[in-house]
Design a protein around this ligand. Structure first.
Ligand code: GMT
Length: 381
C-alpha cells in the first residue's frame, strides 16, 4: 500500500507511535510518506520505502498566527498526488484529522485523480484536553466523523471520545506497541555507578513535563520514598513544568538526589539501570512511556487513570493508585525497592506483558488489516 502518515515531530507519544508505525510498515514492504513540520524524533537513519516530507508554514506580516492547518492540507494534497497515496493516516485529531479530510475533499474535486482514504488515530489529549475544549470541539468532532476509519489507543479513550464529542462513527481500538528488541534491559557498564554512586536505588520518570504528567507529584512521591530508602531520581524530558519540579526538589531538600537529564534520544540504557518508573498523571490514554519501561523490566507505579489500567495490571506488573494518593504511590515504590521477591516477579511480568501483547509484530498487522478493510469498503461503494 502507499500510505501517508501525518504526525507531530515533537517529543510525545503520538509522534513516536506514528513514526514507529511508519518504519514498521516500510520494513513490511509498504511505501510510507511521513508528513510533519520537522523530522520526527524517532525517524532514525534512511530506510527503504520510507520518506519524509516537511510541512513548511510560511509567515506573513498580516497573519498574527501561523497557518499550519492550511499548509499541512496543501502538503497532503501534493504528496498524495505525486505518490498516489491510498491511505492518509492522521495521528492526533487536532488539526491533523481536519487537514487530512480537507485534502481528501480537494483531491476528490480533481477529475480522475487519486482520492486517498483517511484514517484518524486518536491519542489522548486530542480528545480529553484539547479536542473537547469548546473552542475546538465542533471541528474536531467533524474531522473524526468524516474520517473513513477511526482508531483509539485504548478502550478508555474510545469511551472518552463518545462521551466528550458528538461523534457516532465506529471506533476501532488498536493499542500502542513497543520494539522489544530495542527496549530490553541490558548491561550498561558504569552507568549505574555514575548515577547512583553510593549504591542507591533509582527511580525514573520520562515525559514531556506537561501539566497532565504532574512532574511535581513525581518529585513529591520521590521525597517520601527517600525518607525510607536511600534512592535517587532521574527526571528525563523537558516541558512547561520542569522549572516547578526543580523548585519543588529544592524546597523539599532532595535537589541533590534528583538528576534532571533533559530530553534524551536513547531511553533503554537509562531504563536498564532503573528500579521503578513513576507516572502519576492526571490522565493518560495509554501510557507509552510506561510500556517502554515495562519492556525494560521496570515495574511502574502510576495513577489509576484513563487507559493505564489496560496496560498496567495492579499488583502484577506494577501498582495503581488514585492520582492524588501520593502517599500510596510512595508506599508502593518503597515496597518494590525493599522486597526483592516482589520486585523480581513484577519486573519479569512487566517484560512478559510487553513481549506477549504489545510488540510491533502483533500490532502493526492490525493497522494493515484495518487499512485493507477501509480500502475494500471504498471499492464496494
Ligand atoms: O504524553 C503526552 O502528553 C503526549 C501525547 C501525544 O499525543 O503525543 O500522548 C498521548 O498519546 C500517547 C500515544 O498514544 C499515549 O501513550 C499517552 O498516554 C497520551 N497522553 C495522554 O493521554 C496524556
Amino acid at each position: 500500500m502507499k500510505i501517508g502518515i501525518v504526525c507531530y515531530a515533537s517529543v510525545g507519544g503520538s509522534g513516536i507511535i506514528a513514526t514507529e508505525l511508519g518504519k514498521a510498515l516500510a520494513s513490511r514492504g509498504h511505501g510510507v510518506h511521513i508528513l510533519s513540520s520537522d523530522m520526527p524524533v524517532r525517524l532514525g537513519p534512511y530506510q527503504t520505502g520510507l520518506s519524509f516530507h516537511r510541512v513548511e508554514t510560511p509567515s506573513y506580516p498580516l497573519f498574527r498566527e501561523p497557518q499550519y492547518l492550511l499548509s499541512l492540507a496543501n502538503k497532503i494534497v501534493q504528496v498524495a498526488r505525486a505518490e498516489q497515496l491510498e491511505i492518509v493516516h492522521a495521528h492526533y485529531a487536532v488539526p491533523h484529522a481536519t487537514a487530512a479530510n480537507l485534502a481528501r475533499q480537494v483531491l476528490a474535486s480533481t477529475p480522475g485523480g487519486v482520492v486517498p482514504r483517511v484514517v484518524t488515530t486518536l491519542h489522548g489529549t486530542d480528545i480529553t484536553l484539547i479536542g473537547a475544549d469548546p473552542s475546538y470541539s465542533e471541528i474536531v468532532a467533524f474531522g473524526i466523523q468524516q474520517s473513513d476509519g477511526v482508531t483509539t489507543v485504548s478502550e478508555s479513550l474510545k469511551a472518552d471520545t463518545y462521551r466528550e464529542l458528538d461523534v457516532a462513527c465506529d471506533v476501532r481500538v488498536i493499542p500502542n506497541f513497543v520494539d522489544v528488541n530495542t527496549y530490553t534491559r541490558r548491561e550498561v557498564p558504569g552507568l549505574k555507578a555514575r548515577l547512583a554512586p553510593a549504591g542507591e536505588r533509582l527511580l525514573i520518570h520520562i515525559s514531556n513535563f506537561r501539566p497532565v504528567k504532574r512532574a511535581t507529584a513525581v518529585v513529591d512521591v520521590f521525597a517520601r520514598v527517600r525518607r525510607r530508602v536511600p534512592s535517587r531520581l532521574l527526571m528525563v524530558g523537558d516541558g512547561p513544568d520542569l522549572p516547578a519540579a526543580v523548585r519543588l526538589a529544592n524546597s523539599l531538600g532532595v535537589a541533590g538526589a534528583v538528576e534532571f537529564l533533559g530530553e534524551q534520544d536513547l531511553l533503554a540504557p537509562l531504563l536498564s539501570v532503573a528500579d521503578v518508573f513513576l507516572l502519576p498523571s492526571v490522565q493518560e490514554s495509554f501510557g507509552l512511556a510506561a510500556l517502554e519501561a515495562m519492556a525494560c523490566s521496570v515495574p511502574v507505579v502510576a495513577s489509576r487513570a484513563g487507559g493505564l489500567p489496560e496496560v498496567i495490571e495492579d499488583g502484577v506488573t506494577g501498582f495503581l493508585h488514585a492520582p492524588d494518593d501520593l502517599e500510596g504511590m510512595a508506599g508502593s515504590a518503597v515496597r518494590l525497592l525493599t522486597d526483592q521477591a516482589v520486585h523480581s516477579a513484577m519486573a519479569e511480568a512487566s517484560r512478559s506483558v510487553a513481549r506477549d501483547r504489545y510488540t510491533d509484530d502483533r500490532i502493526v498487522p492490525l493497522y494493515e488489516q484495518y487499512y485493507q478493510e477501509i480500502l475494500g469498503r471504498g471499492r464496494a461503494a
